[in-house]
Design a protein around this ligand. Structure first.
Ligand SMILES: *Cc1c(COP(=O)(O)O)cnc(C)c1O
Length: 428
């Protein structure tokens, strides 16, 4: 549905039923698929024919939903994974081997930071982290001869920094490697990183895409733009025969448009098996059907709450790129002209104690380690996710004790502001 507008893609892309077929995406609740002859099945194993044989690798429900996300992002191929974590791991590990190196923005989701700096380091993949605000010179200086990928988040969770995607893609391409962008918080409704030079996009579909706090999941989308063969020396996994798959050379057989996702499915999904369940893919698709309706409301509520907080005497600072004066206001105008997301973070003048009082007195906003849900939720990292750290360590990690992160849902903004207002009133 390439030629349709985004609102139509959200509702109808991916699954297009034929005459007399189910209107809604069918949940193919089957681990396996039946064939008339061994020859038929053999063709699938040789990647000579397309089809399904085992749900650890691929399932039709997942593929319908992945195709919708590919269409929404403007990509050529996509796959679903069991979580956002596995999406980012697969996207990186598909092109980074032991001995390779990644350049990553330092302002990324904590889980992804650990994945790259701890777990992938154990696998022999090293990384250099750079500030998203670094100069071009600083960025270029981070590359090494063994660098295979650049990684960043459109809007970072929870720092809410906005990535200058063009700056990062220019540097990546100058060094012959792709830019991978985690587009979880912006969603393709508010930003399509491929339009700014990103090559691979990842998602934690757990967040806005599902949007109802119902199903953990992830997605990887390929733009089809990166020319692997032009940098064949850097990407032997894509550009030389795969002995574990009948000597196939992915970049030759599937071209720029299909090589990345085919390799990721036939090697990493086969060997590591982080497939999304078809049930979750179905739930995700229900979320996608209203993503274009929900995102503007999340943004409207985020903006209203950010403006209210900014003018409140008990609040010392607010991070939200929709506020004039925010460090990312200008970058956001370029990459996020329709709005950013519903997540706002702010600091309370009264420090840790004020934060605890505020959290305790919220009535509508629930205390959760979740974000990007239809229901408003709130977190004080110092007393929850980061409670093992002392105040000094918290400051260093960019999550000072007084910091509150609120993820504005799609309720009425006046109710959200009254809830915040009455909770702030308890602070002495
Ligand atoms: C939540 C999140 C992840 C991890 O996703 P899970 O689905 O929880 O595994 C990765 N990146 C970003 C930006 C996130 O917000």
């Amino acid at each position: 549905m390439k030629n349709y507008k985004m609102n139509t893609k959200c509702v109808q892309a991916g699954y297009r039923p034929g005459n007399g077929e189910p209107r809604q995406v069918p949940i193919i609740q089957s681990t396996t698929f039946k064939y008339d002859t061994s020859e038929d099945m053999g063709k699938l194993f040789d990647l000579e024919a397309t089809g399904y044989f085992y749900t650890r690798l691929q399932n039709p429900t997942n593929d319908y939903v992945a195709a919708k996300i590919a269409d929404m992002e403007g990509g050529t191929a996509a796959m679903l994974t069991s979580s956002g974590q596995s999406a980012n791991f697969y996207a990186l590990f598909n092109i980074c081997n032991c001995g390779d190196h990644i350049v990553a923005s330092s302002s990324i989701y904590g889980g992804t930071f650990n994945l790259i700096s701890v777990t992938m380091a154990k696998m022999g993949v090293t990384a250099t982290f750079v500030s998203p605000d670094c100069t071009e010179e600083e960025l270029n200086a981070a590359f090494k001869s063994n660098t295979k990928a650049v990684f960043g988040e459109t809007i970072a969770n929870p720092a809410l920094t906005v990535l200058d995607i063009e700056k990062f893609s220019k540097a990546a391409h100058a060094h012959g490697v792709p830019l991978i962008v985690d587009n979880t918080f912006a969603t393709p409704i508010n930003c399509r990183p491929f339009e700014w030079g990103a090559d691979i996009v990842t998602h934690s579909t757990t967040k806005y895409m599902d949007g109802h706090g119902a199903a953990v999941g992830g997605a990887i989308v390929d733009s089809g733009n990166f020319d692997w063969m032009a940098h064949a020396d850097k990407f032997p996994g894509l550009c030389t025969p795969d002995d574990s798959y009948h000597g196939i050379t992915y970049a030759e057989k599937f071209g720029k448009e299909g090589a990345f996702i085919t390799k990721c499915t036939s090697q990493l999904m086969r060997d590591l098996g982080s497939i999304q369940s078809p049930q979750h893919a179905f739930i995700l698709n229900l979320g996608l059907e209203s993503l274009h309706v929900r995102m503007p409301r999340h943004c409207e509520n985020g903006q209203a709450v950010a403006e209210f907080l900014q003018s409140h005497p008990k609040v010392s600072y607010v991070n939200y790129c929709g506020l004039p004066g925010d460090n990312y206001y200008e970058v956001a105008k370029k990459y996020l002209p329709k709005g950013s997301c519903g997540v706002v973070s702010f600091g309370l003048k009264g420090g840790r104690e004020a934060a605890e009082i505020f959290m305790k007195n919220l009535k509508l906003a629930a205390i959760e380690t979740h974000v990007a849900d239809a229901r408003t939720c709130c977190l004080n990292p110092a007393t929850s996710t980061h409670r093992q750290m002392n105040d000094e360590q918290l400051k260093e990690a960019g999550v000072p004790a007084e910091l509150i992160r609120i993820s504005c849902g799609i309720e009425d903004k006046e109710d959200l502001i009254s809830d915040i207002s009455q909770a702030l009133a308890y602070i002495g």
